[in-house]
Design a protein. Structure first.
Length: 129
């Protein structure tokens, strides 16, 4: 995991959740498909494994912000969501506060590659509530 080596907070949190058995990890059985996704789309093995699971096990949606993962999902007709959609879904369900939602969206605007207009539209939606 590259993010873990770079001490990215999300990678470290994910590792802890897996170790604490709060985040289950599934393994794709079709190793040929995983290898093909890695080669065809130039993505990491973890992202390819997630997509292979979605393709073979019939998942309705996959969550990814990885550019190559998103391309592969679109090419393979896999529904996808990214961080902005997840943040807004949590906000609309009342799982996170206005303040936390604004913080998360501003972080995505600053650190992510998301369209600035999209993030501004979401921030405006949060401000209206």
């Amino acid at each position: 995991m590259q993010g873990k080596g770079k001490k990215f907070p999300d990678a470290l949190l994910t590792e802890r959740l897996v170790e604490d058995k709060l985040l289950p990890v599934a393994e794709a059985k079709n190793r040929t498909l995983v290898a093909r996704l890695v080669n065809d789309f130039g993505m990491g093995a973890g992202e390819a494994e997630s997509l292979a699971l979605a393709m073979t096990d019939g998942y309705d949606v996959i969550a990814t912000d990885n550019r190559q993962g998103r391309k592969a999902a679109l090419v393979n007709c896999i529904n996808l969501v990214g961080s902005p959609e997840i943040v807004m879904a949590l906000f609309k369900k009342g799982e996170i506060t206005n303040e936390k939602t604004v913080q998360a969206l501003r972080l995505l605007k600053r650190e992510g590659w998301f369209n600035e207009v999209l993030i501004e539209m979401l921030l405006e939606e949060v401000r209206k509530k």
